[in-house]
Design a binder for this molecule. Structure first.
Ligand SMILES: NC(=O)c1ccc[n+]([C@@H]2O[C@H](COP(=O)([O-])OP(=O)(O)OC[C@H]3O[C@@H](n4cnc5c(N)ncnc54)[C@H](OP(=O)(O)O)[C@@H]3O)[C@@H](O)[C@H]2O)c1
Length: 282
């Protein structure tokens, strides 16, 4: 097996490479891609093959996918540019004739009306149209989206537009482990996995942070425009603030809810819980 992992300079891609190595996939059979291969030298030192690839650059993708049997396609992070970027990836994968593409999508990408889901939906359609054997890893939110903000929560409380919606957040490490399972075992082509951890509301998030920190942290629900303004006043660029507030609106409507079973089955255990993730982060 040779497996090419895109986005290996990012958090999730790197964790997937690490998970593959832990599963005894020979390092020489893993190809880690990044725009800046200088950030992959530690993996190269361990025998992983590293190649430069930019989603904007079809030639770089064609070269990077040479001899790829499986492609772990980690979605790009440049929101708004991903449809043409991802089309370059799909075209290169088709040209290379890869045997399986695993794509990190978003919860219910086919029906979700969250702005963030639009690019994923188009990429899922492009991948289906390519005819390549495909497995969709529709990841819900990362728990790190929340645990990364604990200092802010403790200082200012939690704000959002999520109402009583429940989010099935899981750690990146768990999503990476699930991806490695899909890449190293058979029977996943054609499957759509809706992946997420045990769901919670942002009020429950606040309660758990309060319980573990010993400080009272409240969740304040705001109308979407007010939450957007708050994010902008905290330094988030306006366009991205609108996307984040829209995601909270989607969360309120259950767009980021996934039953925990798909992730549990791939992991062979229950995913890391909110309480465990907060404990580790605190
Ligand atoms: N589920 C969630 O809560 C959530 C949250 C945020 C993002 N996401 C999605 O999940 C993906 C992985 O998450 P993550 O935490 O690993 O994100 P991340 O750390 O930001 O990593 C993104 C990866 O995509 C690469 N990339 C971006 N634009 C590229 C381009 N034009 N050509 C080649 N590579 C490009 C980045 O390369 P560089 O290192 O060169 O920038 C990086 O390796 C994200 O890209 C995004 O699609 C999900």
């Amino acid at each position: 097996m040779s497996v090419v992992v895109t986005g290996a300079t990012g958090h999730l891609g790197r964790l997937i490479v690490e998970s593959l190595l832990r599963r005894d996939v020979p390092a020489a059979q893993i190809v880690a891609l990044g725009r800046d291969v200088g950030r992959l030298t530690d993996l190269a030192d361990r025998g992983v093959r590293v190649r430069a690839a930019d989603y904007h650059d079809p030639d770089s993708l064609r070269d990077a996918f040479t001899d790829a049997e499986k492609l772990m396609f980690v979605s790009g992070s440049e929101v708004g540019q991903r449809v043409p970027q991802h089309r370059n990836v799909v075209a290169a994968a088709r040209q290379a004739g890869v045997g399986l593409v695993a794509y990190t999508s978003i919860t219910r990408a086919d029906t979700s009306d969250m702005v963030l889901a639009g690019e994923h939906r188009t990429t899922e359609e492009d991948l289906r149209d390519s005819g390549l054997p495909l497995v969709l890893l529709r990841n819900s939110w990362y728990l790190e989206n929340y645990t990364g903000q604990l200092a802010t929560y403790l200082a200012h409380g939690i704000a959002g537009s999520a109402g009583d919606g429940r989010v099935s957040a899981a750690t990146r490490a768990d999503y990476a482990e699930a991806a490695a399972e899909v890449l190293t075992t058979e029977g996943h082509a054609g499957r759509v996995y809706e992946l997420g951890g045990a769901a919670f509301t942002l009020t429950e998030l606040a309660a758990e942070v309060s319980r573990q920190s010993g400080r009272e942290v409240r969740y304040t629900d705001l109308p979407e425009p007010a939450y957007t303004e708050l994010l902008v006043s905290a330094g988030v660029p306006e366009a991205y603030a609108a996307v984040l507030a829209d995601a909270d609106r989607g969360l309120a409507r259950g767009e980021l809810y996934a039953p925990v079973e798909d992730l549990e089955k791939l992991l062979g255990r229950r995913p890391t819980s909110l309480a465990e993730a907060i404990r580790a982060a605190l």
